[in-house]
Design a protein around this ligand. Structure first.
Ligand code: ZN
Length: 349
């Protein structure tokens, strides 16, 4: 779920090939969200009146990180071996892998909470994805993870300051996660939105109360915010017929794409390609577009896809979180903005 250069930044499966399979898996997960026992009262449950003298959360929450340090995560690495580490060390590696460390502290804290919540949900699911581990380091399956030494080598001169920023993001959100109706949520995230996030129902067909379309403030400051994919008619034909053998692409290419329907977020909900109706997400996967927010045109020799944003568009936008943090928003405000109707509270005591 992450990317510099060609690596992906998007949360969850932002890739193309595995997207459909993943989406089906996700649909299953969303429907069978495990029941997790959440210990006691969260520190900052919404609707709860706080005493006037209460300090801002980022001042109060400076802790020793004891909750995360007292919890073990069994992580399956890329080579298949399983490594046990504390939740604190694991989350450090996830935040470092999933979000640029140059981002604002509050954005990094929001990312730490999303990653902690995602992990807690998997840990509570006895019939998890991995028989010998809680979670794996493959971003197309679970969430990305990078070892500290590797991340620091990549950061060069910034290694110490970036490392400490992430330590702080994890420690200052110690044990905190995102809950809806008292249960940890499926904390999906992605890189950047085309103005609004996407309702989960548009991507996977299942409505989820806290995964609704909301405005997202990022824009042209995002690297490669606008991207283009150029394909010849033959390339479009070959990809389409491989995936959808029933498509009829015998006529003039100018008539292959039609009936493009846009959703409320500005992403393509559906279109018809060679007589086959596809979702925007399927088209994104088929032609390896960075998102489903695109237009397509034919100039007589090539199809041009003009794409905005990066990732599946559902849940928290990472660049949006950074833009909100720059506006002075706290990690709690960021999380409850992107995950509708949720609260930030302790996942365990
Ligand atoms: Zn996995």
């Amino acid at each position: 779920m992450a990317g510099r250069g060609t690596r992906r930044l998007a949360g969850g499966p932002g890739g193309s090939v595995g997207t459909v399979v993943w989406a089906l898996t996700l649909a299953a997960v969303l429907f069978f969200l495990p029941v997790v026992t959440v210990g006691g009262n969260g520190l900052y449950q919404s609707g709860e009146e706080e005493p006037e003298a209460t300090l801002p959360i980022d001042r109060v929450a400076v802790t020793t990180g004891a909750r995360d340090k007292g919890k073990v995560v069994r992580l399956q690495l890329e080579d298949g071996t399983v490594q046990e580490m504390t939740m604190a060390d694991y989350l450090w590696g996830v935040v470092a892998a999933e979000m640029p460390a140059s981002f604002e502290e509050e954005a990094l804290k929001a990312q730490a909470c999303a990653a902690r919540t995602y992990t807690a949900v998997l840990q509570s699911n006895s019939a998890g994805k991995h028989p010998d581990a809680d979670i794996c380091a493959d971003s197309t399956c679970c969430q990305a993870y990078v070892e500290r030494s590797q991340a620091e080598a990549r950061w060069g001169l910034n290694a110490q300051s970036y490392g400490e920023k992430i330590d702080q993001a994890v420690a200052e959100t110690d044990g905190l996660g995102i809950l809806y109706g008292g249960q940890p949520i499926q904390a999906l995230f992605f890189s950047s939105a085309p103005g609004k996030t996407v309702d989960a129902v548009e991507v996977w067909g299942n409505s989820v109360d806290y995964l609704k379309s909301v405005e997202s403030p990022e824009g042209d400051e995002v690297p490669n915010y606008h991207s283009q994919v150029l394909l010849t008619a033959d390339q479009v034909k070959e990809s389409t017929l491989t995936a959808y053998p029933g498509a009829d692409l015998s006529g003039d290419p100018s008539g292959w794409f039609g009936n493009v329907v846009y959703g409320e977020s500005g992403t393509v909900s559906s279109l018809v390609l060679g007589g086959v109706t596809l979702t925007g997400s399927q088209v994104r996967s088929l032609f390896a577009l960075r998102s489903a927010a695109f237009t397509v045109s034919w100039d007589g020799s090539n199809f041009t896809f003009d794409v905005t944003g990066y990732g599946h568009g559902v849940g928290m936008s990472q660049y949006g979180a950074n833009a909100m943090a720059k506006e002075g928003k706290t990690f709690e405000e960021i999380l409850t903005w992107y995950y509708t109707g949720t609260e930030v509270a302790l996942l365990w005591e």
